[in-house]
Design a protein around this ligand. Structure first.
Ligand code: GAR
Length: 202
């Protein structure tokens, strides 16, 4: 079983998509959910599945970012999944878990990414750009926001949308398919890095 920690900041719909996906049940175990928020929808979901929750940040009962790597090491993790986590992962964690941290981004990278580009900010930027397609990207995490190697993408037609919210809705549906698909491929050891490209073997 692939041992996974999921990092979240918000409502947790991607976390839920992972937890309820029938093809992942026998392949993965989410052993802990980490957040920079003391309370969030994702924590409620984690708790309802009996999964341990941990808060990262400064203050009592929180894991200071400098201690995060040691805490993570104790879980014997195979993979870390960022599912709507809005903080940068400390460099020592990125280096230790090289090519074992993935992030889902709600647009087609390398466009519409970078610092400040999260949630509705992304969909507003896409809407105002007049782009006719958007989508979701899963990529490896490095020390820069949204710049790690792209693993997989799915796109969606947005040529007829009337608002950024409509884009968000369409993209979220795709995210809930794409993230479990990539995790499944990772668990089956089908994700291979070939030079500058990442390939999912069939
Ligand atoms: C998702 O749309 C995810 O792609 C996005 O936050 C949302 C979290 O929703 N992540 C980013 O914008 C990161 N740059 P969720 O909490 O319902 O999974």
């Amino acid at each position: 079983m692939l041992r996974i920690a999921v990092f979240v900041s918000g409502r947790g719909s991607n976390l839920k998509a992972i937890l309820v996906h029938p093809e992942l049940t026998n392949l993965i175990k989410v052993v802990a959910v980490f957040s920079d928020k003391t309370e969030c929808g994702a924590f409620e979901i984690a708790k309802s599945f009996g999964i341990e929750t941990k808060v990262v940040g400064k203050g009592e009962n929180k894991i200071a970012p400098v201690d995060l790597l040691d805490v993570l090491k104790n879980y014997n993790l195979d993979l870390i999944v960022l599912a709507g986590y809005l903080k940068l992962i400390p460099t020592d964690v990125v280096e230790y878990f090289e090519n074992r941290i993935i992030n889902i981004h709600p647009a087609l990278l390398p466009s519409f990414g970078g610092k400040g580009m999260y949630g509705m900010n992304v969909h507003n930027a896409v809407f105002h750009s007049s782009a006719k397609v958007s989508g979701a990207t899963v990529h490896f995490v490095n020390t820069e926001y949204d710049r790690g190697k792209i693993i997989a993408q799915k796109c969606v037609d947005i040529s007829d949308v009337k608002s950024a919210e409509e884009i968000a809705e369409r993209v979220l549906k795709i995210e809930h398919q794409l993230l479990p698909e990539v995790i499944k491929a990772f668990a089956q050891d089908k994700i291979k890095i070939e030079g500058n490209r990442v390939v999912i073997k069939s």
